[in-house]
Design a protein around this ligand. Sequence first.
Ligand code: TGC
Ligand code: FAD
Length: 388
Amino acid sequence: MQINTDYYQIDDLLTEEHKMVRGAVRDFVNQEIKPVIDQHAHDHTDIPDLMKKLGAIGALGPYIPEKYGGAGLDQISYGLIMQELEAGDSAVRSSASVQSSLVMFPIHQYATEEQKMKWLPKLASGELIGCFGLTEPNHGSNPAGMETKFVDKGDHVVLNGAKMWITNSPIADIAVVWAKDEEGVVRGMVVERGMEGFTTPETHNKWSLRASKTGELVFENVKVPKENLFPDIKGLKGPLSCLNSARYGISWGVIGAAIDCYETAVKYSLERTQFGKPLAGFQLQQKKLAEFLTEITKAQLLCWRLGTLKNEDKASPAQISMAKRNNVKMAIDIARESRQILGGMGIVGDYPMMRHAANLESVITYEGTHDVHLLITGMDITGINAFG
Ligand code: TGC
Ligand code: FAD
């Protein structure tokens, strides 16, 4: 049965290329992710060769120019890719987000030509896996307080400190790390697996994003060659500019999770009969379905407009915060409420709601918490910083 999730005909605003990209990723998710995701989430295991598979369909660094191995696509295509991947699972979208927006983006934006040629093509193909180290045990929402630091030793720097909650750190080949120099200025560098004193312990016992790995980055007197430092970018705007790109992708991604829950709930409520008629025939259940579709449609419009602004390089960080905050809340609410429509069946892994809801508990926390994004909007309205 075909369920309409394009209620405001947003497809009319998309190009043939957008629709082709979306279709290709949707096919990939239906064939490679949906049949296996429940088992991987249950077993807390990675999908084998996920990054290489994502590379093969052009989902890693889609907006990075082809010269560096990217697909040279626009921001709407990037968003649609994130949406389709997260319909499969947030862990899959997360892996693609981190690689694209938090590893390839800063290398493309801030690295030397030599550094770009060294890392970007292999990251685009999935031959190399990257991770992004900003958060620390004592500094999450407030990365300005970071304690990880390095000292200049001529041809190399010596790095000490620790990062926490790092997506894919246990399987990463390289880490984009943000640390302070001796003057307390934030700088970015690429730390490579195998460098002495660099370890990536896994964080166990997660009840969210179970189909991907999360871990730490620990630096004990790690000698990082100067050629691994980004030459010019200084200050917190370096890492925060990467977050703009990742938060934008998340705003689209969570629509995919919401649609997966919505479609499941519509189908189930039409098939399941109680008190002599389908669940879908009761007003209370129709209210839920109508509200889900309304919220999905609003989120789609927000993303489409944000994408067009981003294509023109006009999207402000505060506009991105509004979309991230609104859309993740929309998706987590739909995951929780749609689970109820399935009654007891909503709690088993045969249906995706519990998995999406548990994943979205991370998504509402990472890339700036729900509260942090509200305060960013508040500051944009009032000009008053209410963080401190
Ligand atoms: P503040 O003093 O406001 O700004 C410092 C400098 O940064 C600039 N700036 C930005 N630049 C680009 N994009 C943004 N979004 C920016 N926000 C601020 C600002 O203009 C300033 O530049 P300059 O030239 O004057 O130095 O900074 P603050 O310390 O007061 O912090 C502001 C705040 C709280 C909004 C920021 O710290 C924040 O966003 N905190 C949340 C932390 C966060 O989101 N961490 C995410 C870690 S990565 C992650 O979660 C990955 S999960 C990935 C996955 O698995 O999908
Ligand atoms: P805290 O900052 O301690 O916040 C705790 C609570 O206090 C939150 O509710 C917050 O909203 C609230 N709070 C904080 N400050 C204020 C304030 N000023 N006013 C009001 N309320 C406030 N980080 C990376 O660098 N790289 C990654 O790849 C990465 N991946 C992640 C993957 C997962 C699965 C998770 C869970 C996290 C990941 N993170 C990553 C870290 C993530 O960005 C942080 O968890 C997030 O920024 C919040 O930081 P915190 O957990 O330290 O919470």
